[in-house]
Design a protein around this ligand. Structure first.
Ligand code: TYD
Length: 147
């Protein structure tokens, strides 16, 4: 599979998006729907839960898939890396997520007990879309055309 997302990706293309919160005395509600809050059509939703303390998730980039990552419950840290610049932040609000375009290496760690990481993705699961080897990621992101 060839595409140039790793050549053009930038952590500055990752955006925190705050979803509207519908306040209710019995609990809040936030919504994500197609052609509304996110700049991609939704094809997949998955979530991480029962994450043991001290472990790391992620550790990969995608060639084509865009993801929107939310701490639906609890909190965790996410480090994003475009091969040149890195940035680490904490996600801890159920109505605020990070948009991660393709070509960005991400590592999630420091999960608080009971956290749920909800991921809304542009593409169905395909192992071919993953770059799981950091050396390969560095090769793909070398001589970036932007920044
Ligand atoms: P992986 O994406 O490596 O998890 P993470 O990045 O959160 O650490 O996926 C873990 C396993 O789950 C791997 O064997 C692939 C499988 N998987 C699916 O079958 N479908 C999916 O949509 C995802 C995200 C993973």
């Amino acid at each position: 599979m060839t595409n140039d997302s790793h050549k053009t990706s930038s952590i500055y293309g990752c955006k925190l998006i705050t979803l509207d919160k519908h306040h209710h005395k019995n609990g809040n509600l936030s919504v994500v729907e197609n052609n509304n809050q996110l700049p991609f059509a939704i094809n997949r939703v998955y979530y991480l839960y029962d994450v043991p303390g001290g472990v790391e998730r992620g550790g990969h980039s995608h060639r084509l898939c865009h993801e929107f990552i939310i701490a639906a419950s609890g909190s965790f840290d996410i480090e994003i890396d475009d091969g040149k610049n890195k940035c680490k932040m904490t996600l801890n609000r159920s109505n605020c997520g990070l948009l991660v375009p393709p070509g960005i290496w991400r590592v999630l760690n420091n999960f608080a007990s009971g956290s749920v990481c909800l991921v809304i993705a542009s593409d169905c699961y395909s192992e071919d879309d993953y770059v799981r080897d950091y050396t390969e990621f560095q090769r793909l992101t070398s001589n970036k055309s932007c920044k």
